[in-house]
Structures are given as structure tokens and as C-alpha cells.
Design a protein around this ligand. Structure first.
Ligand SMILES: Nc1ncnc2c1ncn2[C@@H]1O[C@H](COP(=O)(O)OP(=O)(O)OP(=O)(O)O)[C@@H](O)[C@H]1O
Length: 663
């Protein structure tokens, strides 16, 4: 590879461009696209009104928004894609000619915040307000998802620091990562030497654990779907803590971190989860830094201050004039400052006594984590992390354990016509494997999720036939679940509804639209007839007794997610409907996969990405139902062609009758 300096300079340049692209994309969407279209795409919610203001965790001001009853008689917020943790901007909803101007002034006027709760009736947002702002909300508001460039800024900082280090003190981790020194794998040692804490571990997991613990500086654990990667990491963390070491556990997303925090909680290890409470799983909340602070003695005092802040917030509404209002806001600001100072002191103490600290890779660059020293850094889902993200946590580390699967989806980078960000898609995890070969990793091989028939294609096509289905799952079916009847669907592990023939065409964006609008629409395709077929299949599974919460409908296209949500969500609120990308790392008993693409030109777009398909087909435990047009899909790539061939031979093959499906 090129020199470390050249590599990092190129990387910095790409990161800066990606940051700009991300901001541009969001600006374009907001400035040029009609709010109604943004709402139809699930990226905005219109016609909202403020129902209350209160103080949430960490002293944050929360605004709760509900549908404006004058315009919406159902009292339900229309379907949207906003999730807890998303960054949003709340603004006055402009009307008529004011619309254009208001959109241009978006940056200066609106209030940014983080979604902390969404239900069908309301959305709560924790406002990012450090300075005094006027919280006299107008009657009608709208809320829009916005880009957040803070992660890019932090990555750029990490790579800049790395660039500076490259010219002076190279740690062995940095040397190995840039091929300046050879990777020397740890030598094996016999089982008898080693006491495992968990007696359920299989051989490949035991090998990986010993390898990671024994490694001097870097160790990679390759965990194909369902092979117990997290399970393996838990044993490693317990072993490290038992050895008196302090561990930082990171992942690229909040869910990757919470997954570990959730499982680790059972072992009563002193641990703390750093991060915005809105983004932390409810089951992990009791280990979250904000929560721990509040339940500590110092936190009780903070609680009193928050109560006082709530009272003051209520006073703002009652203020008789601008002077009164200003004075009340000044008081609130003072209280918020005091609250923060106490929290900082308390944080230092808690971080110091925790043996395990968990945070996202981005969070590892925050004030709370930066001040601490760790013996080992563990990064889960490292195959999904941008290289620069990993360096935020790794820059000063002496030992790192990275776990992931580079054959599933990699890190997300902004889309661009010239594919200029392709290089950023190569994760450090994959780069290390390319650089040092298989000696740098140990792979897990027994999977505990999929029925053998569901596992066979991904195992043979991507994992060199190395996967073994554990006995407990190799022949499990939906019909084996309690209260589930045996039907033609529940007794089949693999069903393929082949929609070939031209009656299930994807929906094409309207050519008469303006070019910007069209390019925005093209980002997402949908297929209404296929959505109807998904609907029928889900209903049939539920009728047989499968719980809706055990089923997920997934698809590569966001417009199809919106369409499916509109048709299924009200009847089955517990059914999960989402994008393939968003479902990475998750599993369900039954997965219905809608491929969407069906066209004369035989275009498959990003369906052709093997890693996306790998994620899609490895989410189910007992039942995978694929819905797609084999004529279109099989022309997409060699891989897709061989998958279609596999389904024809191994799945329960069905041809739907389009006349019974309403489009
Ligand atoms: N040695 C084992 N014996 C029995 N069950 C196991 C073992 N290891 C893992 N499992 C089970 O396998 C399932 C998947 O484990 P885990 O969530 O750790 O996998 P993963 O590799 O992190 O998954 P993903 O594909 O989402 O990355 C869990 O239900 C876990 O309890």
C-alpha cells in the first residue's frame, strides 16, 4: 500500500468531501423538495402542534408534538421514518407565499434536537439549546430529519491526529495497520491451561477467545451471521475484567453497543453506557451514564435542580411581558449550567470506577471517554465502521480486538454519481484482512439462527461452505412454535413467490416532475403489487398462529418500506417493517423479503450488492419468504442468477395470480 502519509491525506480529503456531500444532500432535500413530498417519503411530519414542554434526562428540554386537531381528525401522526435518536429540526410551518422564504431561512430559524420518543400520537424531541432561545412556539409546526455532520468532524479530527502521530510516535497498532510492521499472531496454547467462564462455548468460539486474549496488539474475530460473535465478545470482556483490566467497548451504532450492554448486564460487572439517553435501548437505560448520575447522591441534587427548571419552564408561558420572559430564561440558563457542572463532577467519578465503559465509536471521541485510560479497546460490528470511526477509539490504544463480518454490509457513505466515496467503504477490519491475510483473524463457524435450508446458499456462496447449523436450529420450523398450526407456509423454511411475467412491475418515478424532484424520487423504488403479496403472506402466517412480533417484512427500498407500512402497520402494530440495511444485526422467526425490482430493462440497482443480499437472507430463523421477479433479478449479476437458480431448486416455488391482488 502507499505510504501512511499519502493514505491518510487521501482519506482526509475524502472525509471532508463526504461531510460536504452529506450536508448538501440534506440541504437540497429541504430547500428544493416540497414539504408534502418530504412527508410522503417519511422524512418530515407536517401539521404538528406543541402539547407540552418538560425537562428530560440530563436536564434536557423536551418538546412534545402532536397532530394539529384543526387539520387532522384522526389524532395520529402520518407514517414517517423518524426514529429515536434521529436529529431533527422543528420549525414554524410556513403557508402560501411565506413557504419559499421560510425554507431559505431554515438554518437560522428552526430549533434542532434529537427525537427521544415516537408513538402514533406524538413525537418528543430533546432540544439542543445551550443558549437562550425563545420557546414561544407558533401554533403550527413541522419537523424534518436533518443531516448531522458532527460524526464527520470527529472522524476528520481523529485522522488529523493520526497523521500527526505518523510522523513521530507510531504505536504497534498503527504500524501493523499500515503495514510498517508484520503481524505476528499469538501462539496457540492448550485448552487445559485455560478456564472458560461460559460452559456453552463451541470450539471455534473458544479458539477465537484464546486468540484475542493472547494477542499482543490486534486480533480480529470474523463472525458470520448468527455465529455468536456477541456471545464470544462477552466471554472476552468477562475474562479481561477478571484479569483486572479496564475495557472500552465500542461499535459504529448505538444498537451494536446496546446489544453487548444488554447481555453484559447479567454478569453484574461495574459498567457504564455513555451516550444520549434518547439513543440508548430501554433495557440498557439503567446502565446509562445519565441514569447512573441521577440515581447517585450527587444526582439527587441535580434532580431538584431539574424540578426547579420545570417550574420555570411552566412560568415562561405565564410571563406577562418580554422582560419577565427574559428573566425567567436567564434563571433557566443558570440552573442548566449548575446542573451541567454537577454532572461533570459526578461523571468523572463514575467513569473512574467502571471496569467496562460502552460507547459508540463517535462517542469515544467525547469529553467523558477521552479523559479515561483503557487497557483494551473492543470494537463490535467493525465491518460496518468507517476506518476513521475506528481511529477515534483506537488512536491511543495499546490493544484492540475487532469483531465483525466484512461479507455483510460495510459502512455507509454518502451516495455520489461518480462513486467517489467508494474507497471509504473499505473498513479497517476488511483492510487488515487484505493486508495480513487469515493469520490476523479467527473465524466462528457454528451458527445458531437459521434452518439448514436457509443457511445453505449464503454459506456456500460467500463463506466457502464453512458454516454449520447448530443441532438446535438446523431443522426448526415455524410450525414447531407453540400455538402455530402446520400449514403450507409454516412447514416450509424457504418460500419463493416468483412474480415473473410482467404483472408485478416496479413503480417508476413520474417523468413530468422537475429534475431535482425526480432524482429525489429515484432514490427509492416501490412495487405496489408486490406489497399486496407481502400483505397476503403476512396475513397467512398470522392466521396460522405466528405472532406478528415474530415476523419482519424487509426490503432494500425505502419507498417500499413506506408503502408496506401504510398497508400493514395499522392491522399489525407489532410487525416490523424496515429496510434491509436497517435490519443488519437483527433476527426474526420469519422474514418476508420484497425485492421490488421488476422492469423491462432488467435493471436491479443496488440489489446487485452481494453483501446487502447476504444480510437480507440471513435474518430469519425458521422461515424466509422471498418475493421477486426472477426474470429481472437473475439478469442483475452472476450472484443473483445463481441465487435464483438455488431458489428454484430448493425453495417452495409459487407463482402468484395477479388478478387476486389489488394494486
Ligand atoms: N455456544 C453457543 N451455544 C448455544 N447458543 C449460542 C452459542 N453462541 C451463541 N449462541 C446463540 O446464538 C444466537 C446468536 O448469537 P449472537 O447474538 O452472539 O450472534 P452474532 O454473531 O452477534 O449475530 P449477528 O449475526 O447478528 O452478528 C444467540 O441466541 C446466542 O444465544
Amino acid at each position: 500500500m502507499e505510504s501512511i502519509e499519502v493514505y491518510l491525506d487521501k482519506h482526509l480529503n475524502l472525509l471532508e468531501k463526504a461531510r460536504q456531500a452529506e450536508l448538501q444532500l440534506s440541504d437540497d432535500a429541504v430547500a428544493r423538495v416540497d414539504p408534502k413530498l418530504l412527508s410522503a417519503r417519511g422524512l418530515a411530519c407536517l401539521n404538528l402542534t406543541v402539547s407540552r414542554l418538560y425537562t428530560g434526562l440530563g436536564g434536557k428540554t423536551i418538546v412534545e408534538l402532536v397532530p394539529d386537531s384543526a387539520l387532522n381528525t384522526t389524532a395520529r401522526i402520518p407514517v414517517h421514518t423518524l426514529r429515536t435518536g434521529d436529529i431533527v429540526r422543528i420549525e414554524e410551518q410556513p403557508s402560501g407565499s411565506a413557504k419559499k422564504q421560510a425554507k431559505q431561512e431554515l438554518r437560522d430559524k428552526g430549533l434542532a434536537g434529537v427525537v427521544v420518543r415516537t408513538t402514533q400520537q406524538k413525537i418528543a424531541v430533546a432540544l439542543n439549546i445551550d443558549k437562550q432561545v425563545n420557546l414561544d412556539f407558533p401554533k403550527r409546526m413541522w419537523l424534518i430529519k436533518i443531516a448531522n455532520d458532527a460524526p464527520y468532524k470527529r472522524m476528520i479530527q481523529a485522522v488529523t491526529d493520526l497523521r500527526t502521530k505518523a510522523s513521530k510516535d507510531l504505536s504497534s497498532i498503527i504500524s501493523i495497520s499500515f503495514s510498517l510492521s508484520k503481524y505476528i499472531p499469538p501462539t496457540e496454547y492448550p485448552d487445559a491451561d485455560f478456564q472458560f467462564l461460559d460452559d456453552r462455548l463451541n470450539d471455534s468460539q473458544k479458539q477465537a477467545i484464546k486468540f484475542a486474549l493472547k494477542a499482543d496488539n490486534i486480533a480480529l474475530i470474523h463472525g458470520p451471521p448468527g455465529t455468536g460473535k456477541t456471545h464470544t465478545l462477552i466471554e472476552i470482556i468477562r475474562q479481561l475484567v477478571a484479569g483486572g483490566l479496564k475495557v472500552l467497548v465500542c461499535g459504529p451504532s448505538n444498537i451494536s453497543v446496546d446489544n453487548i450492554a444488554d447481555k453484559l448486564a447479567a454478569y453484574r460487572i461495574p459498567m457504564v453506557r455513555v451516550g444520549h439517553p434518547a439513543r440508548v435501548l430501554p433495557t440498557v437505560l439503567s446502565s446509562s451514564l445519565d441514569y447512573v448520575i441521577q440515581t447517585s447522591d450527587a444526582g439527587m441534587l441535580v434532580k431538584d435542580i431539574r424540578k426547579e427548571m420545570d417550574e420555570k419552564l411552566a412560568d415562561v408561558k405565564k410571563a406577562r411581558n418580554a422582560g419577565d420572559r427574559r428573566r425567567t430564561w436567564e434563571d433557566i440558563r443558570g440552573l442548566r449550567k449548575e446542573c451541567k457542572e454537577r454532572e461533570i463532577r459526578c461523571t468523572k467519578e463514575i467513569m473512574g470506577t467502571s471496569k467496562v465503559v460502552l460507547s459508540t465509536l463517535h462517542g469515544a471521541g467525547g469529553r467523558d471517554v477521552l479523559g479515561e485510560k483503557f487497557d483494551v479497546i473492543i470494537i463490535d460490528e467493525a465491518g460496518q465502521a468507517l476506518e476513521a470511526q475506528c481511529w477515534i477509539a483506537m488512536i491511543n490504544a495499546t490493544k484492540c480486538i475487532l469483531a465483525g463480518d466484512h461479507l455483510q454490509l460495510g459502512p455507509t457513505v454518502p451516495r455520489s454519481e461518480k462513486d467517489e466515496f467508494q474507497e471509504l467503504e473499505l473498513s479497517l477490519f476488511e483492510r487488515l484482512i487484505k493486508l495480513h491475510g487469515p493469520t490476523v483473524k479467527k473465524s466462528l463457524s457454528v451458527q445458531y439462527r437459521m434452518h439448514q435450508t436457509i443457511m445453505d446458499y449464503p454459506s456456500n456462496s460467500l463463506y466457502g461452505s464453512s458454516l454449520i447449523a447448530a443441532e438446535s436450529v438446523q431443522s426448526h420450523l415455524l410450525s414447531d412454535l407453540p400455538d402455530v398450526e402446520e400449514t403450507e407456509d409454516t412447514k416450509e423454511p424457504l418460500v419463493f413467490w416468483d412474480t415473473q411475467g410482467g404483472d408485478f412491475r416496479e413503480r417508476v418515478p413520474d417523468d413530468t416532475d422537475s429534475s431535482q424532484k425526480r432524482s429525489f424520487q429515484e432514490e427509492s423504488k416501490s412495487n405496489p403489487t408486490e406489497a399486496s403479496l407481502c400483505n397476503l403472506h403476512v396475513r397467512s402466517l398470522v392466521k396460522a398462529g405466528v405472532r406478528p412480533s415474530d415476523i419482519a417484512v424487509i426490503t432494500p427500498y425505502n419507498a417500499q418500506v413506506t408503502l408496506l407500512s401504510e398497508t400493514l402497520k395499522s392491522d399489525f402494530p407489532d410487525l416490523e417493517i424496515g429496510s434491509v440495511d436497517g435490519f443488519q444485526g437483527r433476527e426474526k422467526e420469519a422474514i418476508v423479503l420484497s425485492l421490488v425490482r421488476s422492469n423491462e430493462k432488467r435493471e436491479v440497482g443496488f440489489l446487485s450488492d452481494e453483501r446487502r443480499l447476504n444480510v437480507a437472507m440471513t435474518r430469519p430463523r425458521r422461515h424466509l419468504c422471498v418475493i421477486g421477479d426472477s426474470e429481472t433479478v437473475s439478469r442483475g449479476s452472476k450472484y443473483l442468477k445463481s441465487w435464483m437458480g438455488f431458489l428454484e431448486e430448493n425453495a417452495d416455488l409459487r407463482y402468484p395470480d395477479p388478478s387476486v391482488l389489488q394494486s
